[in-house]
Design a protein around this ligand. Structure first.
Ligand code: CAA
Length: 258
């Protein structure tokens, strides 16, 4: 059972599931929720029995942004002094693949949290946006960087400078989401994707995630060199021996995650 105030934490086989649970505030990301999500995700990341993590919200809202009521009275020295939002960076550093199941609003910090995840499964009612400009601020959990990398400068400028919402069809066309499914099937699909990933060699999955993130975060030459080093390192694992032997012997591999 979950001992948390703002999230529900469950496990299903090798999949860890974190459900944002502040329905009255449309899952607005306050400091308690940030610390609970990041804490639960770090615990899953350190658990050898977990191979993938799903983060989800409610049908109406994945998350409607950072908690405006909590933020409204903060001063410049408050946000700098407490390094407001910095804990979210820890989520982006985890080795375990994270799948977002997004139905309803994913606005501001909600859109940014979804973009921190490695795979984004969207329901057909999902709405994305970075409306911070309407509050006289700008994105603060990586939105200006991740959205620009995901959809390009022209669309990122359009969304961030106007603060308009974008429906899932547009988000899909732009490549912001991995798959769009009927909203009723969103969490099931996210769990299936997580189960598939969790059935692979964890070492290979975490190295593959690191390699893709190098492409996302660096120049081509540096990314190719990093990928080669990571690829070579898989040959030091039992899972590489087992995975290739299983193919040659025409059977399913039994990964030991070593
Ligand atoms: N923070 C705090 N409370 C929020 C919230 C938020 N981001 N979003 C919604 N809520 C609260 C509302 O205040 C309301 O609470 P009360 O019942 O106590 O009044 C409750 O959730 C339900 O919301 P609405 O009545 O507004 O629901 P709606 O269906 O009419 O509208 C919505 C839904 C369009 C998402 C609207 O709630 C909205 O625009 N929310 C704010 C979206 C936003 O600006 N997000 C960006 C926040 S800033 C940010 O995220 C900074 C960053 O980069 C990290």
């Amino acid at each position: 059972m979950s001992e948390h105030e703002t999230i529900i934490v469950e496990r299903d086989g090798r999949v860890g599931i974190i459900t944002l649970n502040r329905p009255k505030a449309l899952n607005a990301l306050n400091t308690t929720l940030m610390n609970e999500v990041v804490g639960a995700a770090v615990d899953f990341d350190n658990d050898p029995d977990i191979g993938a993590i799903v983060i989800t919200g409610s049908e109406k809202a994945f998350a409607a942004g950072a908690d405006i009521k909590e933020m409204s009275s903060k001063s410049y020295s408050d946000v700098v002094g407490e390094q407001f939002f910095a804990a979210w960076d820890d989520l982006a550093r985890l080795r375990t693949p994270i799948i977002a199941s997004v139905t309803g609003y994913a606005l501001g910090g909600g859109c940014e949290l979804a973009m921190i995840c490695d795979i984004l499964i969207a329901g057909d009612n999902a709405v994305f946006g970075q409306p911070e400009i309407n509050l006289g601020v700008i994105p603060g959990i990586g939105g200006s960087q991740r959205l620009t990398r995901a959809v390009g400068k022209a669309k990122a400028m359009d969304l961030i400078l106007t603060g308009r919402n974008m429906k899932v069809d547009e988000a899909d066309k732009l490549g912001l989401v991995s798959r769009v499914v009927p909203k009723e099937n969103c969490l099931t699909t996210a769990k299936e994707v997580a189960e598939t990933i969790a059935s692979k060699s964890f070492i290979a999955a975490s190295l593959a995630k690191e390699a893709v993130n190098r492409a996302y975060e660096s120049g081509l030459g540096e990314g190719i060199r990093a990928e080669r080093t990571l690829f070579y390192s898989t040959f030091a694992t039992d899972d590489q021996t087992e995975g290739m032997a299983a193919f040659v012997e025409k059977r399913e591999p039994k990964f030991s995650h070593r």
